[in-house]
Design a protein around this ligand. Structure first.
Ligand code: HEM
Ligand code: HEM
Length: 153
């Protein structure tokens, strides 16, 4: 009988291109987010500018990286997330990572449309904290995958 909980391990590992796409998306989101923080909070304003030009550019890249990241996440959904969930390995680190992606997408969406000043800054703080957690959760998930691959080898 075919047992859905006994899939070959290889079947859930994202392919090389897909892994590269996840690295690129995560890296771009993180880098552009950090550049925005730097420009917004640390860099001196150029004369008679309301905001630092780097801030504008960082959000242009961040917005594009969001579109890319969401497409990558969509590509992982069936072949990776759902299948890996059924296989019951690395569920905790996987779900934490997934939760962060969804929370970042939701709070990022909020940043576009929340008008109330106080609420917006709360959403912004939440987004930045979750953003800081993203590389951490991703690293834990990758290390978990690498160590169980080593054990299996
Ligand atoms: C319920 C959620 C998830 C579960 C249960 C899960 C489970 C797993 C498992 C079991 C592996 C090891 C595959 C193997 O080597 O055989 C893995 C690897 C991986 N996961 Fe997930 N995952 C989840 C969500 C995610 C999400 C949301 C992302 C990215 C946005 C992601 C990205 C990756 C990547 C890139 C690898 C490959 C690591 C490597 O081999 O270098 N996973 N995951
Ligand atoms: C799944 C990952 C992420 C998604 C979907 C996402 C999405 C978004 C969106 C849609 C915005 C609003 C863009 C705008 O106002 O033009 C935004 C803003 C921002 N994001 Fe992200 N982001 C992600 C990850 C990150 C990470 C890793 C960081 C790093 C700290 C970060 C830092 C920021 C910052 C600083 C802002 C500007 C906040 C503000 O306007 O007050 N984001 N993000």
């Amino acid at each position: 009988m075919h047992d859905p909980h006994h899939r070959p391990r290889k079947a859930v590992r994202p392919g090389r291109r897909q892994r590269q796409a996840v690295y690129a998306g995560t890296g771009l989101l993180l880098l552009s987010g950090l550049l925005w923080l730097l420009a917004h909070y640390a860099l001196p304003l150029p004369e008679d500018a309301a905001r630092h030009p780097l801030e504008t550019w960082a959000m242009r890249v961040h917005g594009a990286a969001t579109l890319f990241g969401m497409a990558v996440l969509g590509g992982l959904w069936g072949p990776h997330v759902l299948r890996a969930w059924a296989g019951a390995r690395h569920r905790l680190s996987g779900v934490s990572l997934l939760g962060l992606w969804l929370g970042l997408a939701l709070s990022g969406y909020g940043l576009y449309y929340v008008a109330d000043e106080g609420f917006r800054s709360a959403v912004s703080a939440l987004h930045v904290v979750a953003g800081g957690g993203l590389p951490l959760a991703f690293a834990i998930h990758l290390l978990a995958a690498a160590s169980s691959r080593r054990k299996a080898a």
